[in-house]
Design a protein around this ligand. Sequence first.
Ligand code: ATP
Ligand code: MG
Length: 202
Amino acid sequence: MSDDDRNAEHTRAMHALKAERDALMAEKREGHGLLMVHTGEGKGKSTAAFGMIARALGWGYKVGVVQYIKGKWITGERQFFARFPDQVRYAVMGEGFTWDVADRERDIAAARAAWAISLEMIADPDLHLVVLDELNIALRYQYLDVAEVVAGLTARPAGKHICVTGRNAPPELLAAADLVTEFQAVRHPFEQGFKAQRGIDF
Ligand code: ATP
Ligand code: MG
């Protein structure tokens, strides 16, 4: 086959692909407010949610973040988003890692307070995207009722995007979600004895 023939065939194939893709896209609807879940054992669930926040901010949207569980930790994301006080509402559940806190009742109270703020943010028409970071952990420890939470997420206003992160997302949440990504761990430096690092892990 000559180069000319090969080039002509390539062009034909590309046109056919484009026609196929255009036909597929013509059947798609405009996006609606998504319930997104990032779960699984691999690293990147929260990072991906914060990356999506960066995208939303870039378009001038306002966003809300509620961080469940990791109360006392200072994180890079928190310090960074504090630079956008007009665009980012940031709430942190106040009690530190669960395994530091023996008092289950106090954890439950903190989770309930965080959920109340989450509902407020979900209802806030100014917020384009609400990230509920590690909400799955609060559900796993049964600090919050799964049915109540799923009902609250499902009743979000039209057009509102919500991203829930954390390992062990409950099946009821997965069933209600529009987008589910399972992060798979292949290798993690923690297993080689390395501590979490600033700017990478927090
Ligand atoms: P990140 O915040 O880095 O996106 P994540 O949200 O996917 O991570 P979490 O379950 O919230 O993961 O855990 C957060 C912390 O645990 C981070 O320090 C992260 O590097 C670490 N981590 C994540 N996955 C693993 C793993 N498979 N083994 C050990 N540590 C992990
Ligand atoms: Mg996380």
